[in-house]
Design a protein around this ligand. Structure first.
Ligand code: PLP
Length: 400
């Protein structure tokens, strides 16, 4: 018998080598208690959270929590069914209405996760004989959506408008084409040049899908994302998003103005063949989305936090993923996985949680300490975060 697990041996070996150094397992942290969007108890210690996607700090919003409790009381704990059978409650419709209003678009479809939204939309709309043209650093859910569909896949260099244009020009003029982009790329926190990319895509007759997972709620005047900030939202055919980041719960969605969009509810397998979100979840999502429409003060504070942290880390001597702060994600580049894990642990001992990210999730084989800021981080907390980075960085020898 061939052991089907033997393909994982190199990863098992790498993990064992890392843990043999005595470092704490960075992928096994337990939050014993969560006190607020920015503070939790980890290993018995009060820890500042700088590695969640709770960008707008909605997880403890009073109205959001009240809406969830009310729906739990009135509609029960779950739907036990697919959206197309017994799994569409009033709350799912209200959530889709909130999304339509948030984006000012005609159609909204709620999925059980953002992963499933990408999986479903990409694999369903790009079929045999069509092409999906995607940034090489795209999220796993985009790649998996491509794998699940029958379209030809064409990747282009990260954020490179010329490379996208060249790829598009090589494709048959009359073939169906879907260009898939992200507003913010979550590893380095860099923003896509959507305006130029959408222009070349439209010139080549392609439809455009933009995943705004890491920008919804924060970027753009109304928090609609990078496409809004760059003035091109009207040219985007499909916006994908998630409730697991700024919205502060779980779920995914696609919004669109395409006149035939509603047919997706019958043909999109990751929408049809899975249970719908519990009523309490869609109630919290709808309430949160409606509050995010009026979140301009929070957006301004989050930008301030991002600027202060970026400058502070650079002044301390850390190498960062972007020259300027472009989003709520600030990536600190580590020399290698071992030193990255040591730095991650030193920060945790200081009472600061960040994400340790490594290949294959990261571009160019990089090890990153990914910091994601929250609109609920006070400016004092950001100062405290910088102090902890300085102490940990000197202890591990990343900075002098
Ligand atoms: C760009 C991007 N798209 C989609 C997803 C999936 O979102 P969800 O957590 O709702 O499955 C993520 C999650 O990390 C993401 O970063």
């Amino acid at each position: 018998m061939t052991d089907l697990f033997s393909k994982f041996d190199p990863l098992i070996q790498q993990r064992e080598t890392l843990l043999a150094t005595g470092v704490t397992d960075p992928y096994n942290l337990v939050m014993e208690k969560v006190i607020s969007p920015t503070v939790a108890i980890c290993n018995g210690r009060e820890t500042i959270l700088l590695g969640t996607y709770n960008y707008m700090g909605m997880t403890f919003d009073e109205d959001v929590i009240a809406a969830g409790k009310d729906a739990l009381d009135k509609f029960g704990s779950g739907t036990t069914g697919s959206r197309v059978l017994n799994g569409t409650y009033q709350g799912h419709k209200e959530c889709e209405d909130a999304l339509k209003e948030f984006y000012a678009m005609d159609h909204a479809m709620v999925f059980s996760t953002g992963y499933q939204a990408n999986l479903g939309i990409i694999s369903t709309i790009a079929g045999k004989g069509d092409y999906v043209i995607l940034d090489i650093d795209s999220h796993a859910s985009i790649y998996d959506g491509c794998k699940m569909g029958d379209a030809e896949i064409v990747a282009f260099r990260h954020n490179d408008v010329d490379a996208l244009e060249k790829r598009l020009k090589r494709l048959p003029a009359d073939a169906g084409k879907l260009v898939v982009l992200e507003g913010v790329y979550s590893m380095l926190g860099d923003v896509a040049p959507l305006k130029e990319m959408i222009r070349v895509s439209k010139e080549a007759g392609a439809m455009v899908l933009v995943d705004e997972a890491h920008s919804m709620g924060f970027i753009g005047e109304n928090g609609r994302g990078v496409a809004e900030a760059q003035g091109v939202l009207d040219d985007v055919d499909f916006v994908i998003g998630t409730f697991s980041k700024s919205v502060g719960t779980v779920g995914g969605f696609c919004v669109s103005n395409h006149p035939k969009f509603e047919i997706m509810r019958l043909v999109c397998r990751p929408y049809v063949f899975t249970a719908s979100l519990p009523p309490s979840v869609v109630a919290t999502a709808a309430t949160s989305i409606r509050k995010l429409m009026h979140g301009s003060n929070k957006r301004a504070h989050l930008w301030e936090n991002s600027k202060v942290l970026h400058k502070g880390l650079r002044d301390l001597g850390f190498q960062l993923g972007t020259d300027e702060p472009q989003s709520a994600i600030i990536a600190v580049i580590m020399p290698d996985l071992e030193q990255g894990a040591m730095m991650w642990e030193a920060l945790l001992e200081e009472g600061l949680y960040v994400n340790l990210a490594r290949p294959p999730a990261t571009p160019a084989g990089m090890t990153l300490l990914r910091c994601s800021l929250c609109a609920e981080h006070s400016i004092d907390q950001v100062g405290e975060i910088l102090g902890r980075f300085e102490r940990a960085g000197k202890r591990v020898g990343i900075i002098s």
